[in-house]
Design a binder for this molecule. Structure first.
Ligand code: AMP
Ligand code: MG
Length: 329
């Protein structure tokens, strides 16, 4: 990635407006919330979201949390049942993330939610973050603003230590009040599941909702939370997926990277020029399209051309590997 200056913006009206304009233009801006600093990008712009993964150096596409200025805005994009309305009334704005079904017309890019039908949404409790989200006027995807594998940042300086030169700006709103990530509560199924413990205590959630599942005990007998990123279900097409194809059968659909192999029932091109960022932008769209179109034209499976491990190729291969893994495990 080309080195460029990362601007530190003051959290006054001018700084917030400038940060919002950069987000709207597709640039990455880190901003403080009550939990930790988030690395923000326009959640409706798959290129901005791919740039988030690139800047963090994440080896896989974890689904990202979308941030909104109000519950009303959040619930325009996901389906809120009475449980969601109850916890939102009790804990929003605040350090609680809810995983809910996407609405059919949800404009959030598939890459933001790693291709899933669910979306994680949160309304932060921080005046500057709220002002930014309002001014940006679109959902902002924001994982913690650190390089992959490093600790979450709680000050603008921490963000600069890890990401200077990799993002457009940091909106400096001082240090974070809570300092741990949001609790992630999955309300997309019948039983509420706490996917990640965080700023709202599990007991407080149970007092509001009744029993919630808190992860499964390990063989050690130690209660353990399901490990985020590892346990999260991932999108897989219905058609079987065959990786690193060097040729294709004529009853296969093709996910191409670079000059496409000849033949096949239908083709989706990830990136004709072999660009891994462009391929990331198109990955989940491509798998979904091939699944539907492949079925329509009678394809028996999806053949995938090799994608190199450089840049976002590592994360792309991780997802393709999961899509190709045997089902039911
Ligand atoms: P971070 O990006 O570090 O703030 O972490 C976001 C957390 O939310 C991770 O633990 C993700 O696995 C979890 N998450 C986000 N979206 C979803 C989703 N649709 N389903 C389940 N977990 C999610
Ligand atoms: Mg993190």
């Amino acid at each position: 990635m080309a080195a460029r200056m990362t601007e530190i913006l003051r959290a006054d009206l001018a700084g917030v407006m400038q940060a919002a304009a950069q987000l709207r233009a597709g640039a990455l801006v880190a901003f403080g919330t009550e939990t930790v600093y988030g690395l923000g990008g326009d959640a409706t712009n798959a290129k901005a979201v791919a740039a988030i993964f690139d800047a963090k150096g994440r080896p896989r596409f974890n689904p990202l949390i979308c941030h909104y200025p109000s519950a009303e805005r959040a619930f325009q994009h996901v389906v809120a049942d009475p449980r969601a309305l109850r916890v939102a009334a009790a804990f929003w704005p605040g350090p609680l993330t809810l995983v809910l079904q996407r609405r059919p017309n949800c404009p959030v890019a598939l890459l933001t939610g790693a291709g899933l039908d669910t979306l994680a949404v949160r309304v932060p409790r921080h005046a500057v973050a709220t002002a930014l989200l309002q001014a940006a006027d679109r959902p902002i995807a924001a994982p913690s603003a650190n390089r992959s594998g490093q600790v979450s940042p709680t000050s603008a300086q921490h963000v600069m230590d890890g990401l200077a030169g990799r993002i457009a700006a940091v909106l400096d709103s001082g240090s974070c009040e809570v300092g741990v990530e949001s609790s992630v509560l999955d309300l997309s199924g019948t039983m509420p599941v706490l996917l990640r413990p965080g700023g709202v205590a599990a007991e407080a959630l149970e007092a509001c909702l009744g029993p919630i599942e808190r992860g499964t005990p390990h063989a050690t007998g130690q209660p353990a939370f399901r490990s985020p990123g590892l346990m999260v279900s991932h999108y897989a097409p219905n058609l079987p997926v065959r990786l690193n194809a060097e040729s294709i059968a004529d009853n296969e659909a093709l996910l191409a990277f670079g000059p496409p192999l000849p033949g096949g029932r239908c083709v989706f091109q990830l990136s004709g020029s072999g660009d891994t960022v462009e391929a990331a932008v198109r990955l989940f769209e491509g798998l979904r399209w091939l699944d539907a179109e492949g079925k329509r034209v009678g394809a028996a499976g999806i053949a995938v051309m090799p994608v190199p491990l450089s840049g976002l190729g590592l994360a792309i291969n991780d997802r393709l590997g999961r899509a190709a893994a045997p089902r039911g495990g």
